[in-house]
Ligand binder design. Structure first.
Ligand code: GCU
Length: 614
């Protein structure tokens, strides 16, 4: 064997392989990628017949899986050969996109669907590395390339990737993915939610090509509390990750500096600049940041700002800010399924801007990356959340690991986005010792991964000293979070809108307060007396009374009413009114605004005028 071939084999065989368990590749949208979006073949497999044999043994744990395993993408060898499936003669489906709104027979389907995509691949350079990257797959994905198992991912709203450098060939590659969206008691989220369980390859799938030793991840931000110091950490992945020289440039600031990675392939830097133009909703300024090694050049657009709390104030760049927010589910305003595209994101965020928002609460799970990148550009601060929602299995270690993994993937993907100011680790979770431990661990992990942002969660509120008309936050987790947030539905689930006039609030903690949800259902176009439920007038009345009430809450720093747009939920079945939709949107699923939209808009416009005077 000649030396070159030996060297090539040596590198191919000894290179570290990166997969979902080893962490993510950051900033995929600015790397060299080949999209695998478009038409894939699919097979509906409710009995998981393509994954288990008739003795319920998984094919992918066998030495040599037989043709019956769907991930083998087998064809009959002869007319007498038995193969009971054929991707290439099966129906096709669009990726990205949920299966529920693409295939009527799958509207309510919860189970396994197999996807297959064939592709060719020509390498541009001898030593590039190749990964297959998924923006998300809901809920559990088993991924195979050319019959080989790449790995598994659990969690429906965060990205993952697998290295395929040594597996991909010039022609006839077949990528097979088993996606199972069944809800699980031990899952995150668990069985009960108030949103549609959209299943499938719901976000983009790409081939990502990198250098042999590539910039896997980085975190570049203002030093907490010092608006003139840019701090950064960089991670190189590869057989020679140690001792790599990395040049960091921010041309507009005249910054260009070099660092050398340590034995773990990591390097940090700390740069002063008195010229930094801080990112803010009023001036969402982004800098081009360039990272270069001898093997590759990677650019990103990053905003620099500080976010902190001081007593009951939230300080953005050292100045108090009122969060004029709205909650948003990741549902397309254009065609009604799971949103995934830049166009979806732009429409949703344009509506938020039109409402007068400077803040969006992306409920109840990490949204697609277009949302946070556009929020950076459009000047909207972001509440980002993992789906630790309602009655999670708090004392199940695997459930905790799942939640922590989703948290890590969310933070790794988005911590270079200036718009993200709050990491939320839960929503409306019942208080218990096990729940407090679970959430406290998550908060600790979030602060470990990113000490620069605020931690919050929709906490439990209760009667103050037994007085039903005096509300307070007695949730033990209030002692852990930076921002006290809670959902309240006085006037919808609790009395009628006029009840808001009787309610007062006592907040005992010296922390900022955020009302993360309030709202009422209304069928767009249904009009009547303001005390008649489901009319636009009722919703409008609720908003008027609630905005007056929350104005009396000492330390209130913002609100994110529930919700921008009507969204699908299997819980909402009132004929002629809900028909499978949660109607608390300020905008209908057809994009028509309801009267309450203008009540909130006026409130925010006035808040913005007040802020401009200070
Ligand atoms: C809860 C929950 C939301 C839900 C809303 C509602 O506060 O956080 O996810 O959709 O109430 O009942 O409409």
């Amino acid at each position: 064997m000649n030396n070159t071939l030996f060297f090539v084999l040596a590198v191919l065989l000894c290179r570290p392989v990166l997969n979902a368990q080893d962490g993510l590749i950051s900033n995929v949208c600015n790397r060299h990628t080949t999209g695998l979006s478009g038409s894939w073949q699919y097979i509906v497999d409710p009995y998981e017949n393509g994954y288990y044999n008739y003795r319920w043994e998984p094919f992918d744990q066998m030495e040599r899986p037989g043709k019956e395993a769907f991930f083998m993408n087998a064809k009959p060898d002869s007319p007498s050969d038995l193969v009971e499936y054929d991707f290439d003669r099966s129906d096709s489906i669009r990726v990205p996109g949920d299966w529920n709104t693409q295939k009527e027979k799958l509207f309510y389907y919860e189970g396994t669907v197999w996807y297959k995509k064939s592709f060719s691949y020509s390498k541009e350079k001898a030593f590039n590395r190749l990964f297959v990257y998924f923006g998300a797959a809901n809920y559990r994905a088993e991924v195979y390339l050319n019959g080989k198992k790449l790995g598994t991912h659990t969690g429906g709203f965060t990205p993952f990737c697998f290295e395929i450098t040594g597996l991909v060939r010039e022609k006839d590659n077949y990528l097979v993915v088993k996606v199972d969206n069944r809800r699980l008691r031990e899952g995150v989220p668990t069985l009960n939610t108030d949103w549609w369980n959209y299943g499938g390859l719901t976000r983009e799938v790409k081939l990502v090509e990198t250098a042999e030793n590539f910039i896997q991840d980085y975190f570049i931000r203002l030093h907490s509390g010092d608006p003139a110091r840019i701090a950064g950490t960089i991670v190189i992945n590869g057989p020679e990750a140690a001792g790599q020289t990395v040049r960091i440039s921010i041309p507009e600031l005249g910054i260009s500096t070099e660092v050398v990675t340590d034995r773990a392939g990591r390097a940090g830097f700390d740069i002063r600049s008195e010229k930094i133009r801080p990112w803010s909703p009023e001036d969402p300024y982004l800098y081009e940041v360039i990272l270069e090694t001898r093997e590759e050049r990677l650019a990103d657009r990053i905003g620099f700002r500080t976010i902190e709390t001081e007593g009951r104030s939230i300080l953005l760049n050292g100045r108090p800010v009122f969060l004029r927010g709205i909650s948003i589910h990741e549902e397309s305003p254009l065609w009604g399924g799971r949103a995934w595209s830049e166009e979806d994101a732009r429409q949703l965020l344009m509506w938020a801007k039109e409402l007068g928002c400077n803040f969006v609460r992306l409920a109840h799970y990490p949204h697609n990356e277009h949302m946070v990148r556009l929020a950076d550009e459009m000047g909207l601060m972001v509440w980002a959340e993992i789906p630790v929602y309602w009655t999670i299995l708090w004392d199940n270690e695997e459930t905790y690991r799942n939640a922590e993994n989703q948290l890590s993937e969310m933070i790794t993907r988005d911590r270079n986005r200036a718009s993200v100011i709050i990491w939320s680790v839960a929503n409306e979770t019942p208080v218990s010792e096990a729940r407090n431990r679970f959430l406290t661990r998550l908060a600790g992990k979030a602060r470990e991964l990113d000490p620069t942002r605020l931690i919050s969660a929709a906490l439990e509120q209760s009667a103050y000293r037994g007085k039903p008309d005096v509300r307070t936050i007695h949730d033990p987790f209030a002692g852990v979070v930076d921002v006290l947030s809670f959902n309240q539905y006085i006037g919808w689930y609790d009395g009628l809108p006029d009840k808001c006039r009787r309610i007062s609030w006592v907040i005992e903690q010296d922390k900022p307060v955020l009302i993360s949800e309030f709202g009422a259902g209304a069928k767009q176009g249904l009009h009547g007396d303001k005390t008649a439920r489901w009319t636009e007038e009722y919703q409008e009345y609720l908003y008027e009374e609630t905005l007056n009430m929350i104005g009396r809450i000492d330390g209130l720093q913002g609100c994110s009413p529930w919700i921008l747009k009507d969204f699908r939920s299997p819980r909402r079945v009132l004929p002629g009114i809900q028909d499978g939709w949660n109607r608390k949107g300020l905008i209908s699923e057809e994009g028509k605004k309801k009267k309450a939209f203008y009540v909130l808009q006026e409130f925010y416009m006035e808040k913005a005028r007040d802020a401009a005077k200070n």
